[in-house]
Each structure stands twice: as structure tokens, then as C-alpha cells.
Write a protein of this length. Structure first.
Lengths: 163, 328
């Protein structure tokens, strides 16, 4: 299919430096799922409207279904797989589990990565700030209240009680 | 959605390299890609080469000028919102930027990309099979504009939010191509043709946009959309006013989402020096009614969008005059 030559893409995915031969027209989500073979990142609407494919690029939340892989040269990519350490869920993941922020689970990787980006910049966000940060993420189970409760359970005194 | 078409991607490091790469036919610039990539996946446009602008450092600067601010075309919307000078002196631009798409998009989407946004239509922003079943349309591959079948012009709507806000601030854009550099009024970068709404030449790059400060004005941006986040405007209004309800000293209004280009509302000079009372608001509504031209380009009916535009203009004018009054 591809007439255009592949190029070597150098970047970091979840802390691991990688070099992969990729065609110019491969999307970042397809690169992650099919080349790196980490499938936690989900493709929902497939057109930048639902946020299920949200990952972090240099710490910023980004939609991987409308980003080209070759544009990410030299960047630091983090996906949902990066959050758990030694088999233990991060506190944000744990709260999504305990507070039932996860229903069918399809939007969850995107919800958690968008929330993670917010919490790294602002460790005590207001309800409005959480809602604003997640405005681009759709949950087709409509479990929004539980999702907001999950994020809120991580912040401020709630988090200290947990840890 | 379909796979991406077969194209090559180039990543220049300077503007000079970028415009040299884009001089060939079938080449198009890729900025944040938040609008372009979904369009390419839907099969509208089939470029042979994409010139990715994301590695050009000189396009990501925001610099103060004598009378305002010069913003690089590659500045992301998030950078724009977080800029202290934008927050202090260009409230309408900040408010407009905050409404664009969703938080996640704004980390990628750029100022240049939003100003050069492709026009939108319910018959155009569809999948290939949807459009082929409908015999395509005037904007792409077809012969008829399904919105206005008797006409010979595409009626897709310009849907960028930054353009009206920047028109309020007398924006000028710096355009660079292999033929050289030119500076034009932002207003002149657009034309009322949905299939060809930008007056840019092939390979011409929007390198930066310069805004002039407005002293003594209250400014704001309001937008109506179906979904509270991640949605294009059904109608958007940018406004700057000076004076009070008893004496309107000056008023600038620009609209988006209603025509194939962003428009500056003409005729507001007639309202100056008078109170903005019931008669004044009625006259203002008439100006909007006469100049906006929402068509059947969205699922939301055109007549509703026209009413919304009129009411948003009136409401915003009163709100801003009240703000001006309370700041005295």
C-alpha cells in the first residue's frame, strides 16, 4: 500500500527508549497498539471526539487517534500501562476501581490519563476544574458522577487518608 | 472511519524550509491536525505530502509589540490561554480560545490552524460512503451544493472561534511563501465561498498574527453549540464595547459559524452616542439579521441559528455595558 518510504521513529514509550521503522501515514494509536503492542489505549469514536484514546505526550493529554506517529519523534509518550508499578495499581486507578468509575471500561484508559494530566499540574482541583479537564472524554455508560467521585477521591485529604 | 490515505510527511525545522517543501501541488500543511486528521480519514482531501509544522520553534513564540502582541502560528491554544498578556489585554481572544474543542485538543491545536480552519457542513464532514451515497457535494467531488441546490457556490460555514475575536483586535497576519512575505488584514484572508474560504495561495504559510490592544473597552466571546465541550459553533459572537447603557461610545462586533467566512458586523456606528435602549437593541438585532446568513449546513435549523445570533449579540452588548458601568 505505502509508496512512501518508512522512517525510523525514535521516542520513549512508558520509560522505554524505542526505535521503530514506521510508515509516514500510521496513526499514533495504531503504532502503540500494533507496533509497540500495548493495547490499553482504546479507539472509541476514531475521530477525535470521544477521548478514549487519550495518552500523555511530554505530560500533556493528547488524542492518539488523530496524531501521526512520525510527528512524535523525540517525545515522551505515556499510556495507561505506565501507571501501575510492580503490579500495583496507582492510587488514581485504584480509586476508579473502588468508586466504580469504571463500568464497561472502554472509556476508562482515556478518563484516567486525562485525569492524571490534570492532577500532575493541579493536585487539588475543584469540581469545575475536573469537569473541564474531562470535557473531551465521553462515557457511553454515562457514569460521569462516579468518574468525578473517583478523581475527587484522590485529591487533598481524601488521598492522605488512603495513603 | 477509513484508514489514512497514502502520503509522505516532512518535518521542517524552519519556516524557510517549510514553504519550500509546500510549494509543490498536492501538498498541505499539518499544524495540530485536530481538524485535518479526521478530515483525511473521512477521505476529504488526498494530499501527496504533509508538511508537519510542529517542529518549527520560531512559530511558537508570543512577543510583545509596540501596540499589541505578535503570536506565532504554531502557538497552541493551551499556550495562548495560559499567556499572561493574553489574559490581561485580550480577554475576548482568551474566552474564544477556551471554548475551542476540548481541553485535550487545545494542547495540540494551534492558532494558525484555527484561523485557517476548513469550513464545515453536514453534507461534507461525513464518511466517504455517506458522501458517495449522496452523490458528493460542491465542496468535494460533486456538482451540487445540497444546502443551496439552485446556487453555484458552496455554503459550508466557517467555524473557527479565534477569527472573530482577533478581528475585534484589528488582527494582521504574516503570510510567507517561496515568493516572499506579505502582511494582510485578517479580514482579507477570508472570502464568502465555502469551498474556497481562504485567500491564501498554494504553499503560503500563516507564520504569525499580530493583535492591537484596545484600551477602555469591555470585551467578551459567546458561542452557542450542541455539546458543551468539543463542538463547533452554531453561532459565535465576539464583541468589544465602550461607554454605558446611557451613552454607547463605541462597539465592535464579529461573528462566526453563520457564514462561509467570519464577518465584522457593519453599521454599528449609527448606534454610537445614543443610549442602548429598546430601540437601540432592536436596531442592533436588525443589523445582525441582515448580515448573518446561516444555511442548512448543520443539523440545527438555520432559522434557529439566526435567532440565536441576534439574541447573543443583544445580550452580550447589555452585559458588557453593565460591566463597564460597574467598573467606573
Amino acid at each position: 500500500m505505502a509508496n512512501n518510504s518508512k522512517t525510523i521513529l525514535k521516542l520513549t514509550v512508558n520509560g522505554e527508549a524505542r526505535e521503530d521503522l514506521v510508515p509516514p501515514n500510521i496513526l499514533l494509536i495504531d503504532y502503540l497498539r500494533e507496533v509497540v503492542t500495548i493495547t490499553g489505549t482504546k479507539s472509541g469514536c476514531d475521530g477525535g471526539e470521544c477521548g478514549a484514546c487519550t495518552i500523555l505526550i511530554n505530560g500533556n493529554p493528547t488524542l492518539s487517534c488523530i496524531s501521526l506517529a512520525v510527528s512524535q519523534s523525540g517525545k515522551n509518550i505515556e499510556t495507561i500501562e505506565s501507571l501501575a508499578t510492580n503490579g500495583r495499581l496507582s492510587i488514581l486507578q485504584q480509586m476508579f476501581h473502588e468508586k466504580l468509575g469504571t463500568q464497561c471500561g472502554f472509556c476508562t484508559p482515556g478518563m484516567i490519563m486525562a485525569s492524571e494530566a490534570l492532577l500532575r499540574k493541579n493536585d487539588n482541583p475543584t469540581d469545575d476544574e475536573i469537569t473541564k479537564a474531562l470535557e473531551g472524554n465521553l462515557c457511553r455508560c454515562t457514569g460521569y458522577v462516579k468518574i468525578l467521585e473517583s478523581v475527587k477521591a484522590v485529591i487533598g485529604d481524601n488521598a492522605r487518608v488512603r495513603v | 472511519m477509513e484508514f489514512l490515505p497514502d502520503f509522505d510527511v516532512k518535518r521542517p525545522l524552519t519556516i524557510v524550509e517549510a514553504v519550500a517543501m509546500a510549494a509543490m501541488k498536492n501538498t498541505c500543511f499539518l499544524a495540530g491536525g485536530t481538524d485535518l486528521m479526521p478530515n483525511l480519514r473521512r477521505g476529504v482531501g488526498n494530499p501527496k505530502t504533509l508538511v508537519d509544522l510542529s517542529a518549527i520553534a520560531e512559530m511558537t513564540e508570543i512577543n510583545e509589540t509596540d501596540s499589541g502582541l505578535c503570536i506565532g502560528g504554531g502557538v497552541t491554544l493551551q499556550q495562548l490561554i495560559a499567556n499572561p498578556q493574553i489574559q490581561r489585554d485580550f480577554n475576548v481572544v482568551m474566552e474564544a480560545a477556551e471554548t475551542i474543542a476540548g481541553t485535550t485538543h487545545r494542547y495540540t491545536a494551534t492558532v494558525g490552524g484555527n484561523l485557517c480552519l476548513d469550513t464545515r457542513c453536514q453534507y461534507y464532514n461525513q464518511s466517504e460512503w455517506w458522501r458517495s451515497a449522496n452523490d458528493y457535494c460542491l465542496k468535494h467531488k460533486g456538482n451540487i451544493c445540497h444546502v443551496a441546490p439552485k446556487g453555484n457556490i458552496c455554503r459550508a460555514a466557517f467555524s473557527g472561534d479565534l477569527a472573530p475575536a482577533m478581528l475585534i483586535h484589528e488582527a494582521q497576519v504574516e503570510l510567507i511563501s517561496t515568493e516572499g512575505r506579505r502582511v494582510v488584514n485578517l479580514d482579507d484572508m477570508y472570502q464568502e465561498d465555502g469551498a474556497n474560504s481562504l485567500t491564501l495561495k498554494q504553499g503560503e504559510l500563516l507564520a504569525s498574527v499580530t493583535l492591537s490592544k484596545l484600551d477602555g473597552y469591555q470585551t467578551a466571546y459567546k458561542k452557542m453549540r450542541v455539546r458543551g465541550g468539543v463542538d463547533f459553533p452554531l453561532a459565535g459572537v465576539a464583541m468589544a464595547v465602550r461607554g454605558s447603557e446611557d451613552n454607547l461610545e463605541d462597539m465592535r462586533i464579529a461573528l462566526t459559524g453563520t457564514n462561509s467566512r467570519p464577518i465584522r458586523l457593519e453599521g454599528t456606528d449609527a448606534l454610537k452616542g445614543k443610549p442602548l435602549d429598546e430601540a437601540g437593541l432592536k436596531a442592533l438585532g436588525k443589523l445582525v439579521f441582515a448580515q448573518v446568513m446561516p444555511m442548512r449546513s448543520t443539523f440545527t435549523p438555520a432559522a434557529y441559528r439566526r435567532k440565536v445570533a441576534i439574541n447573543m449579540v443583544r445580550r452580550l452588548a447589555l452585559n458588557l455595558l453593565c460591566q463597564a458601568y460597574s467598573k467606573r
